[in-house]
Write a protein that binds this ligand. Structure first.
Ligand code: 5GP
Ligand code: ZN
Length: 119
């Protein structure tokens, strides 16, 4: 069923506590944890607890939870004090765009200058 945990999904395992992560924020619908391979001084992933394969499918099925993910991304940026310098919320969608984990997640990247356009 849509949104149900998937046995083969790494981020569902993090939600369940079966795989450890450095959690920085948690709400009823979301969890935020540090990326294992950080690409910037702050690199946090914000994910819905429900399983959807990407951000657009999450937003189509559960727009309120998609909004929760974005709001939490902003709170992470505030907690990490990266707002003044500017930060980026990235939603890689599809393998060709670099998505490797097919459970919706927002990257929050900041703490250094960020080039535009990204590669
Ligand atoms: P994607 O490439 O799908 O947009 O992002 C997946 C992210 O998950 C990558 O930045 C990768 O470093 C991160 N990642 C992969 N495995 C783990 C893990 O076991 N723990 C944590 N905290 N991050 C992970
Ligand atoms: Zn999942």
């Amino acid at each position: 069923m849509a949104g149900e945990p998937q046995a083969d999904c790494l981020f569902c395992k993090i939600v369940a506590g079966a795989v450890p992560a450095t959690v920085v924020r948690e709400t009823g619908t979301t969890i935020a944890f540090r990326d294992i391979n950080p690409q910037a001084p702050t690199h946090v992933l914000v994910i819905p607890k429900a399983h959807y394969p990407d951000a657009a499918s999450l937003a189509a099925a559960e727009p309120g939870i998609a909004a929760d993910v974005l709001a939490e991304a902003g709170r992470v940026a505030a907690d990490e004090k990266i707002e003044e310098l500017g930060y980026r919320i990235v939603l890689n969608t599809g393998a060709g765009a670099g998505q490797t984990v097919f459970h919706a997640h927002a990257h929050v990247l900041g703490g250094r200058g960020l080039e535009w356009p990204p590669g």
